[in-house]
Design a binder for this molecule. Structure first.
Ligand SMILES: [Zn+2]
Length: 99
């Protein structure tokens, strides 16, 4: 009996998931200008093991032609949002005091 694979609707056609078994959404850039030294992009990922929902967020960091890709799980992605928000609040407070 053949295993029917489910392809998530958010997977980008260019992900190459048929060969890699890694579904990957289109990566969204977090570099507003596009000429930042470190470029960060993020997307959803999921291994092709029959689950319908995304497994986590893939972070891609690059400082040239060789991007590093790190797939983190949803729990860490959610915590990362809080950590970043908290760090940015501290940075904004420090900038306000320095002004
Ligand atoms: Zn796919």
């Amino acid at each position: 009996m053949a295993i029917r694979r489910v392809h998530p609707g958010w997977c980008a056609p260019e992900s190459g998931c048929a060969a890699s078994a890694l579904h990957l959404s289109r990566l969204r850039p977090a570099a507003p200008r596009g000429d930042e030294v470190i470029q960060v992009r993020a997307g959803l990922w999921q291994m092709d093991v029959g689950r319908l929902s995304p497994s986590g967020v893939l972070l891609e960091l690059s400082a040239g032609d060789d991007p590093e890709r790190w797939p983190i799980d949803l729990v860490q992605a959610r915590v990362l949002v809080h950590v970043l928000r908290d760090l940015l609040r501290v940075a904004d407070d420090a900038a306000r005091r320095a002004a």
